[in-house]
Design a protein around this ligand. Structure first.
Ligand SMILES: C[S@@+](CC[C@H](N)C(=O)[O-])C[C@H]1O[C@@H](n2cnc3c(N)ncnc32)[C@H](O)[C@@H]1O
Length: 319
């Protein structure tokens, strides 16, 4: 198995501006590249809480980071990052967190482990669950979803222009043969959505993305983490997220904007002289976006790791 190549490693950890002794959270341990660097930043008196819902990823992290686990500088939590608020509360750490980060989506390990069913490049059972200990597989989802709901899912999560044709083909096919493998689904989509052969993308790319997002409730998870990740921060704590496609980036961008409270600018009286502190209070300003534009990987990073090409990093600081 190819180890996951961490994307925007220095950029993400620097964005958190961690200091020795800080407590911070990595919502997506994965191959543990960011976690390891965060451990270095907080040092032996600090603490990192690391979440992942994939037991295999956590198993590898336990091996890679056996030292900090043994000294108590690292706690690994098997579960979705939507449980972050509860876990941090139960540990009595709400309001004490200096940094929260997430590098969302699948890892290279998911894509490269053929039997996980994330990729149409090889044939495998149509699973796509990040947490293989629970939830419905993509095959189970496709077995009984209604035509209209499937069309909507492909449009919303895959931005698939041929959603209706593909959904019809899936529903028609499954009435005769259950759709249980990645190769079967890829061939079926290719037949339903006749894109010009010159197109660079495999015709099933969007369908696979949409199903993966639905199976793992990725956007629901992200929305929940946006709220709880910010809530657990202490003043001046930072929250940094790397996303990989436009649906996620849009949620992060708008979620961060809502967290700043800046939308309430219109409520401020214009005819009274105000001190900065009054403006902050009147606007209910709770956070400050660190840079107006997302940070992107360099050309060199993309050459070394083509999967980094769509990464976008956004950061907000709590006031
Ligand atoms: C892109 S990888 C993270 C890579 C990591 N930053 C590194 O340096 O190797 C994303 C990881 O987040 C996990 N993940 C995705 N969504 C999750 C969620 N809602 N809750 C917990 N873990 C999640 C995946 O299982 C995967 O291991």
């Amino acid at each position: 198995m190819t180890p996951h190549q961490t994307v925007l490693l220095d950029e993400l950890v620097n964005a958190l501006a961690l200091k020795a002794g800080d407590i911070a959270i990595d919502c997506t341990v994965g191959g543990a590249g960011h976690t390891e660097k965060m451990l270095q930043a907080v040092g032996p008196k600090g603490l990192i809480l690391g979440f992942d819902r994939d037991e295999r990823a956590l198993g590898l992290a336990r091996e890679r980071l056996a030292g900090p686990l043994a000294t108590g500088c690292l706690r690994l939590i098997k579960g979705p990052f939507s449980s972050l608020g509860q876990v941090v509360d139960a540990a009595g750490l709400t309001g004490k967190i200096a940094g929260v980060c997430a590098d969302i989506g699948v890892s290279s390990m998911h894509l490269d482990e053929v039997e996980r069913g994330f990729s149409f490049q090889n044939d495998a059972p149509l699973d796509m669950r990040m947490d293989q200990e629970g939830g419905r597989t993509a095959a189970e989802l496709l077995a009984d979803i209604e035509l209209d709901a499937l069309t909507q899912l492909l449009r919303d999560y895959g931005e698939e222009p041929k959603a209706r044709q593909i959904a019809k083909r899936i529903v028609h096919t499954r009435d005769e043969t259950p759709i249980t493998t990645t190769a079967q689904l890829a061939a079926l989509v290719k037949a339903a959505a006749a894109y010009p052969t010159a197109s660079r993308k495999h015709p099933a790319t969007r369908t696979f993305q949409a199903l993966r997002i639905a199976v793992n409730d990725e956007l629901g998870e992200l929305q929940s983490m946006l709220d709880s990740g910010f809530a657990v921060l202490k003043p001046h704590g930072r929250f940094a997220i790397i996303s990989f496609h436009s649906l996620e980036d849009r949620l992060v961008k708008h979620g961060f904007l809502a967290l700043t409270g800046r939308r309430e600018r219109a409520d401020i009286p214009r005819d009274i002289p105000l001190r900065e502190i009054d403006v902050v209070q009147l606007m209910h300003v709770r956070g400050q976006i660190i840079k107006p534009f997302p940070m992107l990987p360099s050309e060199a990073q993309i050459r070394a790791n083509p999967r980094a090409r769509s990464a976008k990093l956004r950061t907000i600081e709590k006031i």
